[in-house]
Design a protein around this ligand. Structure first.
Ligand SMILES: Cc1cc2nc3c(=O)[nH]c(=O)nc-3n(C[C@H](O)[C@H](O)[C@H](O)COP(=O)(O)OP(=O)(O)OC[C@H]3O[C@@H](n4cnc5c(N)ncnc54)[C@H](O)[C@@H]3O)c2cc1C
Length: 484
């Protein structure tokens, strides 16, 4: 049930882990959609590329995406127009359009069967507000094709919608399976350190490379770049429904926090929504709410799977793609996709490929990780800075030792004992696991997610299983484990 529809439909063959020290020209760390697309583009130029992946190919956020390939990005162009100006806002649209067309070109050229389909993309509003009109005005100023409609074919009434025609969707794992087949990838090989141009892996091997690309979703080098101040992670939820009325296009509510996102895939309706900062709220609550709404609008539907994921939200709502930091000109990064990582990772990869080749790229300045868009960024920067220390001081759900006796199966308590914060988890066989819930990344106190049985960082979104094993970055270490 907790697998995504893409995982149920697609199996990607496993790869060996690294078993020796190696050298290569370009090392990509992370085999999500961004790392794999970049690897593929570089392989077309016969570059000597190696990819390492802490877990398995596409096992991070990519496997739990809705996989709309769209330049629409909900409501963004009015905001960009006001905050970064017409020229840059137009460039952002063009770049995303290029990314969309590049997906289609690759799929046609390689004859990839990944259920790619062109579809119209709708952002709708349920309330009488001016947001859709303002976005439409921005479309006109930026010469973006689109129109306002009142009827969109959803099982509830919308006030207004803005349609961007001819966008697309696909099965991301089928796409990745195909373009990764000839790439040199080592799975279960985690980068834990970088020293000059050498990476050290968790199995103690070294990889020397001339260029290194960090495509780990949330960047894992904290000594420079300071991505923990430039972005945070937001979570959303998805269900795959059977026996739900089909929908023609791809839909998203302008109210990202409380609204829905929808698209069909084969006989399934992907029905999702809600958005909140990772680690700040309970998954159980949101899944229950989403299931209730699914049954309300699609009466006979059957829930085939439910899954959730988190994505990196940048300061100005555009990705970071380029040189990791001015201090490290041979290290590159792909991140900050704001839940639009299909087009984002394609555009970002095109940029990073050109930078690696020493070529100029029309979009590189726009998405440069060291850009400063003051108007668009200041408020989010302050929030992220406060957020970075939030979990250091907050004292949540800290229990007394006597409560541990009453711990339910498949539940966790967090206690403070001799200045340590300890998460205690009891599994279905009454086996008890204890882990240090100070995040190994920057020390925030993790919260427990009952639905997934994971500990999550409310500051930067690192995730660990109940035994303390790392699931997602920016931490590179497991949580410390204690014996009972
Ligand atoms: C609910 C939801 C729905 C979405 N829907 C859409 C959509 O419809 N359209 C769209 O465009 N975008 C969508 N997105 C966004 C998109 O899915 C993501 O932006 C994208 O998948 C991120 O890809 P990635 O390669 O950056 O990260 P990931 O897929 O997370 O890949 C990063 C990889 O790096 C590996 N890694 C981490 N640390 C290390 C290390 N130390 N060493 C080695 N490997 C490491 C991880 O194991 C992981 O496999 C959605 C996001 C969410 C949360």
């Amino acid at each position: 049930m907790n697998k995504s529809i893409w995982e149920l439909e697609t199996i990607i063959n496993g790869r060996d882990s690294l078993k020796e020290n190696i050298q290569c020209d370009i090392l990509i760390v992370g085999a999500g959609i961004s790392g794999i697309i970049l690897g593929y583009l570089l392989s077309l130029e016969n570059k000597d590329v190696v990819i390492i992946e802490a877990n398995t190919i596409a096992s991070g956020t990519t496997k739990n995406t809705t996989a709309k390939i769209s330049a629409q990005h909900s409501l963004i162009y009015h905001n960009l127009l006001c905050k970064i100006g017409k020229e840059k806002a137009k460039l952002f649209y063009e770049g995303n359009n290029l990314a969309l067309n590049t997906f289609e070109e690759i799929i046609n050229k390689e004859k990839i069967d990944c259920d790619f389909e062109r579809r119209d993309s709708f952002v709708y509003s349920l309330r009488n507000n001016k947001k859709i009109d303002k976005e439409f005005k921005a479309y006109k100023k930026l010469n973006i094709k689109g129109e306002i409609v009142n009827e969109v074919g959803l099982p509830f009434k919308v006030y207004k919608a803005l349609v961007m025609p001819d966008q697309a969707c696909f099965n991301p794992l089928k796409f990745i399976k195909s373009i990764s087949k000839n790439l040199k990838i080592y799975e279960h090989t985690k980068m834990i350190k970088i020293r000059d141009k050498t990476i050290i892996t968790d199995n103690n091997y070294e990889i020397k490379a001339n260029k290194i690309v960090i495509a780990t979703h949330f960047p894992i080098i904290d000594d420079y770049g300071y991505y923990f101040l430039k972005q945070h992670q937001d979570k959303s939820y998805l269900l795959a429904l059977k026996n739900a009325n089909p929908v023609k296009g791809m839909y998203i509510d302008e109210n990202i926090k409380n609204g829905f996102t929808m698209r069909d895939y084969k006989d399934y309706l992907l029905f999702g929504g809600f958005s909140h900062k990772t680690g700040s709220k309970s998954d159980e609550f949101f899944f229950k709410k989403l299931e209730k709404e699914a049954h309300k609008y699609f009466k006979d539907c059957e829930i085939v799977c439910k899954f959730s994921a988190q994505d990196c939200m940048s300061l100005d709502h555009m990705p970071y793609a380029g040189i990791y930091s001015k201090k490290s000109t041979d290290v590159f990064v792909l991140t900050g996709f704001n839940k639009w990582g299909m087009t984002g990772s394609m555009l970002g990869s095109l940029i990073v490929k050109d930078l690696i080749d020493g070529k100029s790229n029309k979009y590189s300045k726009l998405l440069s990780p060291s850009r400063v868009n003051l108007l668009a960024s200041t408020c989010n920067f302050t929030k992220n800075a406060l957020n970075s220390v939030y979990g250091l001081f907050v004292k949540r759900i800290i229990m007394k030792r006597k409560d541990v006796i009453e711990l339910n199966k498949n539940d966790s308590l967090i206690i403070k004992y001799k200045k340590k914060y300890i998460g205690i988890y009891k599994d279905e066989n009454e086996e008890v696991y204890m882990v240090d819930v100070r995040c190994p990344h920057l020390g925030c106190i993790l919260s427990f997610n009952k639905e997934e049985r994971t500990y999550e960082c409310p500051c930067h979104g690192s995730k660990f299983d109940y035994k303390g094993n790392l699931i997602s970055s920016p931490s590179i270490y497991n949580a410390k484990k204690y014996k009972l």
